[in-house]
Design a protein around this ligand. Sequence first.
Ligand SMILES: [Zn+2]
Length: 568
Amino acid sequence: MDTLSYMLAEVPQQGGYFSLVKWFVLLAAAVGWIAVAQWVDKDTWRLHYKRFTFNGVIVGAGVLGLIVWLLVPYFVVGLLVFVVCVGGSAGVYVILRNQLVPENSRVLTGDHFARLFGRKDASEKVGPSPVLLQTMAHQAVPALPESDPLYEGYVAGQTLLTEAINRRAERVAITPSAKGIGVQYTIDGIVSDGGPIDRRTADLMIAYFKKMAGMDVADRRKPQSGKLTAQEPAQPIDPQILALGYNAPDVLPARSLLLDIRTSGTRAGETMQIQTLDQSELLSFDRLGMTDRQMQLVASFRQSAGGVVVFGCGDKLGTTTTLYQALRAHDAFMSNVQTIEERPEGEIENITQHVYKADGAEEQTFGRQLQSIIRRGPDIVAVSQCKDKETAQLIARSAAENVKFYVEMSGRDTFTLLARWVALVGDLSLAMQPLTLVIAQTLVRRLCTGCREAYRPDPDLLRKINLPADRIEKLYRPPTRVPMDKQGNKIPCPLCQGIGYRGRTGVFEVLVVDDELRRLVVGNASANEIKKYCRTQKMLYLQEEALRKVIAGETSINEVVRIFQESK
Ligand SMILES: [Zn+2]
């Protein structure tokens, strides 16, 4: 302010004479500039959007305008230059920030003025409403007052959670790099950039989450973890939006989310990851995405005396969910179910979960820990990794003695998994004797039922991907037209926020190991012979199973193409 009043005091000398009116205009312009600068500062901070850059641009443009104004001999021309400088730079900021925020948070739009002048419901507030947090002991996490040293962290944390919950992100990450600190939201496996935030805000926000989740705020190096729950109240959907033809309920049900918070120190600063788990979503084995036949095959394994199911995928996506649901399908009261896992992703009721820690102690290999679990006489054992001969042979031998095993391995199709299993065991008949099923899985995004669009597919394209062109009249895809309001703003689907997909489903390739297949493998049949035999048994490949979900309207051709291109 000092420089400013000094500059203002200089005006009479520059202009040659002093006019009270000019003084007043200059002062009003300066006050307006300061107000704009303050709003931009607050807004960039709230949105985590290029705060430093835009503060510099607004202040710089104002200073430049002021200098020109004081140098130009014509007062009105100078005023115009100043207004163009400040207004133009603020305008550019508004255009950019409006692209980042949801419809009802945009400023200087027709809708915004309607809200300001009370023509719209005044309760429709701009900005985040608090996310209700609870500790694991069901104690409410209080909102922080402005006087609290962590207040800024609280506000930034609330903004982050609101955004994450609205977008249904399964993961939020705050990652420092050489370029700055980035926010990433992962939605149905797809990472989207949430823009940068400044170090100070990030640190305060991480401190806020650590404090609320009962972690040690002072220790910023050691990896730490803590949990909170977030309650999202039921969300009524605007009837006007429903009238646009979206297939959505009037009210989205309330959700309870478990927040798994992990922090650790890196050379570039502290990082944080929040994994959100929707506790209201009751997942069960029959909702994983298996076909009826596939579920029957797994069900008959549950009834068998012993054996091995090897399952996996290319990049360990969703296999833990499959494993847990497969175990839950067993009657944990009637049978003794145990697991050995490197990093459990949750608790399974009535099942004993053992954690394997590779802490360098040589006598405690994975195989030895598994051996001691098998000695306790379990009926079913789930093994989260099988990477060495000792483990693989132990599983194969014990399975012959009436223990059922679910074994996770890495491989993107069943033939790869089969070959790896056989190679690890190292003995063809020992490997094949107990093997019952080999299951490969991948995840595809599910089309949003609120807005998916039916269309008539191109028969040539269908033939190209081996689909019966004459039998398929319609397929579905994300909407190609989005309804607009009178001002020309898009009104996205309230269920998926315009993404077109909502949630994911598993796609499974199941290879049934019968006596004939055992005979072929043990007899060193070629890969082609083995595949040919499986095809005669009506086995479908992963990609074909995924296309069946396209025909069923559950996902789109583009999504299947994306998944299989990525896994190449
Ligand atoms: Zn939708």
